[in-house]
Design a protein. Structure first.
Length: 107
């Protein structure tokens, strides 16, 4: 019974830390690039697209397909960076807790 109470205490503490982490994600930003910096996007920690910067040399009507592909690639680059930071922070919060393998946080 003592172990269960200790585990419950750890879970409550982890929940509070997870809440703090979720709040800090709103301040996190990641920038992704594609095409050697010709297209740059910035995402928030929640994955929302915040800004897009396109090099003026790409703004030719006949190259619209290239710009669209670079935008997708830059967005994916930024999103991967955000996910890596979230995973790192989550791992630090859950260290030492007996969490079953494959269980993902935040819930």
């Amino acid at each position: 019974m003592k172990n269960i109470l200790g585990l419950m205490s750890q879970v409550k503490e982890m929940q509070a830390k997870m809440q703090e982490m979720q709040e800090s994600l709103t301040e996190l930003e990641a920038t992704g690039q594609a095409g050697g910096g010709l297209v740059t996007v910035t995402l928030t920690g929640k994955g929302a697209l915040k800004s897009v910067v396109i090099d003026p040399s790409l703004l030719k009507p006949e190259e619209s397909d290239v710009v669209e592909d670079l935008l997708v690639a830059a967005h994916n680059d930024a999103k991967e960076k955000v996910e890596a930071v979230v995973a790192e922070k989550t791992q630090a919060l859950t260290a030492g807790l007996p969490i079953p393998p494959g269980m993902k946080f935040p819930f």
